[in-house]
Design a protein around this ligand. Sequence first.
Ligand SMILES: *[C@@H]1O[C@H](CO)[C@@H](O)[C@H](O)[C@H]1NC(C)=O
Ligand SMILES: *[C@@H]1O[C@H](CO)[C@@H](O)[C@H](O)[C@H]1NC(C)=O
Ligand SMILES: *[C@@H]1O[C@H](CO)[C@@H](O)[C@H](O)[C@H]1NC(C)=O
Ligand SMILES: *[C@@H]1O[C@H](CO)[C@@H](O)[C@H](O)[C@H]1NC(C)=O
Length: 352
Amino acid sequence: MLWSKILILIIVIIICVVTVLIFDQSSLFPNQITKFTFDVAKESENSIIHHLQDGIHLAIVCANQKFNEIALTTIKSIMFHHRKSYILTFHIFTDAHGKQLISTYFSSMINVCTQFRIYSIDNLMKVSEQFLKKHRITVSHYSGIYAFSKALIHDLLPSDVQHVIVIDTDVIFVDDVYSIWKQFDLFKRNQTALGLVPWYPLVPIDYKYKASAPDPFLTGIVLLDLNICRRINFTQLLDNVVDTAYQQFQLRSLWSADQVVLNLFATYFPDYFTSLPCFVNGHTFHYLLDGSRWKSSCEGKYPRTLHVVPSNNLLNKSSYFGHWYATFNEMPIEWLSYCNLDQLRIENRTNI
Ligand SMILES: *[C@@H]1O[C@H](CO)[C@@H](O)[C@H](O)[C@H]1NC(C)=O
Ligand SMILES: *[C@@H]1O[C@H](CO)[C@@H](O)[C@H](O)[C@H]1NC(C)=O
Ligand SMILES: *[C@@H]1O[C@H](CO)[C@@H](O)[C@H](O)[C@H]1NC(C)=O
Ligand SMILES: *[C@@H]1O[C@H](CO)[C@@H](O)[C@H](O)[C@H]1NC(C)=O
C-alpha cells in the first residue's frame, strides 16, 4: 500500500513537473527562439558589418565599344548577384563612349545601393605611358596598355576608398561579390597591400620568376588595401621591381601586361602580399578549362567568377561561356535593382 502511494505520488510529481516544463516552454519557446535567432543574426550581422561598413568598391578599366559593352555585362552580373545589404560602388575608368554607354544604361535604375563613379581614362593612360616610357618597356600582351594600367589604378582612386577589387572586363560573376570581398580577411592587418590567385598548375616552391611564363599569380581579380598602398608608396615599389628585373634579366617587355608587374611585386615584396583561394579568379585556361580540371585544381570549392580568356569567347554564342555572357548581356535591367535598404538602415543603427 505504502509503495503504491509513493508510486502515485511520484507519478503525480512527474506529471506536475512535466506540465510545468511544457507550460514553461510554451511560454518561453517563442522568446527563446526569437532570442536565439536574434543572437545568431546579430553575430553574423556583426561580421558582415565588419566587411561591409564602407561598402564594396570595385574598379574596372575599359575602353572602345567592344570592351565597354563587355564591361557593362560584367557589371550586370555583379549587380544580379548582389544579395547582401551593402552599398556597391563601381569605379569605372573609361573613354567618352563608355561614359555615355554606362551612365545612360544605369540612369533609369534608382537604387541607393549602387553607385557609379566614372573617371576619364586619360589620366590613367598618362601615368601608364609615363611608367612604360620611364622604364623603356613595352606591353606585348594583346590587351595592351589598358590591361597594364590596372597596375597603377591605386594612384587614381579617391582617398575615401580604402579597399578595392580590381576586375578585368572579361570576368562574369556567378556569385555575390561579397564572397570575394570577404577575402580581405586573409590580409595581415596593417601589412598586406595586394592579394592574387595562384597560377594553375602551381609553380614549384623554389621557382625563380623571370617575368616570363608562367607567372606565379593571375591578375583577373586583384584585391588591394589602398591604405597600405598609399603608405608604402606602391607605385615607387613597382618602379623598383621593374628596375631590378631589368638589372637581373633585362626585362624589356611585359608579356602579360599588369600581371608581370604585380608578380614582380609579389616576388620581391612577399610581406606585402597574400595568395587568395582559387575560386576568386575562375580563369578558363587555368581552373575552369573543363569539369575535371576544376575538380582537381579547386576541389571542394565552387567558382565565384568565370574569367573568360581570350575574351572573344564571350561573344561566341555557341560556346558554353558565350551562353553565360549572353544571359547577363540580355538580362532585363529590372532584375538587377535588388536593394535591401531597410537592412542597410538597421546596420547603420547597429554601427552607431
Ligand atoms: C602600421 O604600420 C606602420 C609602419 O609599420 C606603423 O607606423 C603604424 O603605427 C601601424 N599602425 C597600426 C594601427 O598598427
Ligand atoms: C611615390 O614615389 C614616387 C616615385 O616613384 C614619387 O614621385 C611620389 O611623389 C611618391 N608618392 C608619395 C605619396 O610619396
Ligand atoms: C564558338 O564556339 C564553338 C563551341 O565551342 C566552337 O566550335 C567555334 O569554333 C567557336 N567559334 C569561334 C569563331 O571561335
Ligand atoms: C547610412 O549612414 C550614412 C552616414 O551616417 C548615410 O550617408 C547613409 O545614407 C546611410 N544609409 C542608409 C541606407 O540609410
